[in-house]
Design a protein. Sequence first.
Lengths: 261, 263
Amino acid sequence: MSAATAASNLIIEKLNKSYQTKNGEVNALRGIDLAIQEGEFVAIIGSSGCGKSTLLRIIAGLENGYSGAVKIGGRRIAGPGLDRGMVFQEHRLIPWLTVQQNVAFGLNGMDPGPRDTVVREHLELVGLAGFAKAFPHQLSGGMSQRVAIARSLVNNPQLLLLDEPFGALDALTRIQLQQEILRIWEAERTTMVLVTHDIDEAIFLGDRVVIMSNRPGTIRKIVQVHLPRPRDRSSYDFVQIRKEIYAEFFAEAEKPFAYAI
Amino acid sequence: MAHDSAQGPPKIQRLLQYTGLSVAIIGVWQALFHLGYLNPVLLPPPSRIALTFRDLLLSGDLPRHIGISIVRVLEGFGIATVLGLGLGTAIGLSRTLDRWTDLIIQVVKPIPPIAWIPLAILWFGIGEQSKVYIIFLGAFFPIIISTIDGIRQTDQKFVEVARILAVPRFKFVRQVVLPGALPAIMTGLRVGLMVAWMCVVAAELIAASSGIGYLIMDARQLSQSDVVLVGMISIGVVGKLMDSLIKLLEKRLISWKVAFAGN
């Protein structure tokens, strides 16, 4: 492993996070150990409330008050930074800014000329070059999420955190955007950490699928996906992996469904 | 689903809906007079009011008094807008400043501007300053309160996006906080303007030698109920026009908002 590769690794060690509620302390995450390589695509899967989003928010630097360590390139993270981008479940575009202005929102201290070029390149990357002047309310859900992806990439983050980014989209749009994010990953080679509750999505995209258990959130199992891309969701190997993951959630289930939870 | 403003009923029908009720009330009012139900000294008919309106318009009395009141409103409202927006923004952005100012704002706010009139006259005399001061007090609180509220309503989700993207504070305030607060601010301005009109008339009723409030008070002493009504209706029409201007401004500034417009 070269020094440069080691420098951009994400390492999570003995991570614990708990919340205080009226009914006492709730363990959101317990004993999370995970190392993610540069350029890797890791999918984290778990049922709702398992703390997977909390894990992502900690990596992003949005959450404090945890024990253990989260390091990037050997350095502990202290708050958000431009080395990490994030796409949320809701697109979170600012309604009174145009698509162009929304993407430029993340570009600070740049002259207008170069800035416009970066914005245009990223809108082309997500296939929305013709919508620069549109407002968010004029876009469909899938298009809005594409703009959000473009916005998250303008600073060329080493690490892109995806928090159920396609969860609110219809099935067809979701598949389109999964292919899109795969294309972007292959083109940009950004390390990606995707949180999802969709087993197919996790297998389709991830080099590894991290399965989390509920309350407290722990890593139950990590499944390697050694399948060439683009992956065929109906291939024998794909279906076998799906069965394996499915069994983790529904140990006593009679027969697995094609689409999960 | 609500109709888009571009769709809905045709133009003529909409004009009818817009003016129908007013025209009907005037019609009934006039009819009641002709049927002998109204004492014209207590409530003169619309036709009589129209004639008085014409006379006051041609003599220049009405334009003069209305003009004086408009200038007072604009002065007081203008100062209230500048200070209300400025202080409101500062307080909205700073928890510390909020703690310093909250008690005094909450205590002074419920005092009706009219209750300030005696002090205002003692301090500023019965000239322009006392009226502008009363109007300022009336308009200031709706504007500052809605500005603070509007800023406080900034979506936490956008705050997170800005943190992730390391957006500088000034840019965040300019591009996210203030535009987001704009609908609330515009509502505050409209309420403030309405209160400003109440205040100018109240101030002029009590101590003035000009303005629309004085015109009404003077006419009352002479039992000229038609002049009183002309004054009242003039205030209503001018207030409505000013409100429309703010609404127009609002529409241009907040074109991104797809609001529910009734159905």
